[in-house]
Write a protein that binds this ligand. Structure first.
Ligand code: GDP
Length: 339
């Protein structure tokens, strides 16, 4: 570590060492504080957080990371609560994180609502953390990625990352997990018409939830329809063909089968080497992604660029310059600032 970095950490008065010790013995307050630190945009905090994350990475973990998505109301939190409880009973430690870039607007995040996952939140073997708020998707995703590393260092062996069914955040979550699960409902009419093909292509499994009561026949029909539709997709690069399973999160039926499917998938991928390869690919992706986010952020936060941008926008709208010329000017200005 550089001297300037050590100074920055001292200045921020963050006892990184203590936090790390707390994390290692899974002290939930230390864990919460560490994630808050990682979420901070304060420059000194970021340096301390990077130090902490580097330390966390030295702790070996054989965690499984699972992404869970679906439209609001599909049953994500009920599903996570039921699955989580099934897993903690077996002695697993489960961390639930969320990626919800919309939380900026409604001031609450998908896990922020206290009525969700009530039982799991009281479980000593579970840790639930809402989505970082006030961030762009890039920011949320990076911070969730860091939270995963911190939770793994605290011994959480199953990480569930929840996101809402809106395009880009699903892609981001897909890029940070080992298994990606899409929750769907049956009986909603033309499910297959409404399929966002892109997201289904990302799915390792499609789970038809609420397969209970009067809905069982419709759920089984939906399983058949989705299976038929998905078979038109080519197999994934590891040979996996997306599975379709029905479950009832409320009645805890089908959940065990889903978990067995996930663990079999992970076991096969570990044996074939795909598991590590895939995580490496994801790390490369996040490296590039982080650079791009940071460059964009720095660009738009620069005061001189902000005022020149306004000036250039005006010129473009008056037809006094072309958008390409304007962009060139602004980029040159940014380059001057970094030289
Ligand atoms: P989320 O918005 O995706 O997190 O969905 P919730 O978990 O909050 O569930 C939305 C509603 O669906 C709630 O009223 C749940 O009780 C209900 N629900 C969730 N899972 C099931 C299920 O398996 N069966 C039935 N019948 N209802 C469910």
């Amino acid at each position: 570590m550089r001297i300037s970095e050590i100074k920055a950490i001292r200045k921020a008065k963050i006892p990184v060492e203590n936090l790390f010790e707390g994390i290692k013995i899974n002290e939930k307050t230390a864990l919460g504080r560490a994630i808050t630190l990682a979420e901070s945009n304060n420059q000194n905090h970021r340096i301390a957080a990077q130090d902490l994350i580097e330390r966390c990475l030295t702790i070996k973990s054989s965690s499984i990371r699972v992404g869970i998505t679906g439209v609001p109301g599909v049953g994500k939190s009920t599903f996570i609560e039921t699955l989580g409880k099934n897993l903690t009973v077996l002695g697993n430690k489960v961390a639930v994180l969320a990626v919800d870039p919309t939380s900026t607007k409604n001031k609450g995040s998908i896990l922020g609502d206290k009525t969700r996952m009530q039982q799991l939140s009281l479980d000593p073997n579970a840790f639930i953390r809402p989505s970082p708020a006030g961030e762009s998707l890039g920011g949320v995703a990076q911070k969730t990625k860091e939270a995963i590393i911190i939770c793994e260092a605290a011994g959480y062996d199953i990480i569930l990352v929840e996101t809402v069914g809106v395009g880009q955040s699903e892609v981001a979550v897909h890029n940070m997990v080992d298994f990606f699960l899409v929750l769907k409902l049956s009986g909603a009419g033309d499910e297959l018409q409404g399929i966002k093909r892109g997201i289904l292509e990302l799915a390792d499994a499609v789970v038809i939830n609420k397969a209970d009561g009067n809905n069982i026949t419709a759920a089984n029909m939906a399983v058949k329809e989705f299976t038929r539709a998905l078979h038109l997709n080519p197999a994934k690069e590891n040979g996996w063909v997306t599975k379709v399973i029905a479950c009832s999160a409320i009645e805890n039926s089908g959940i065990q089968e889903i978990w067995t499917m996930i663990t079999n998938y992970i076991k096969n991928n570990r044996e074939s080497g795909y598991f590590d390869e895939h995580r490496n690919e994801q790390n490369k992706f996040w490296l590039i992604q982080t650079i791009e986010n940071r460059l964009i952020e720095n660009f738009y936060q620069d005061k001189a660029i902000q005022s020149e941008l306004e000036n250039q926008l005006k010129k473009v709208s008056q037809g006094r310059t072309s958008p390409f010329n304007a962009a060139e000017k602004l980029l040159n200005l940014a380059k001057k600032h970094t030289d």
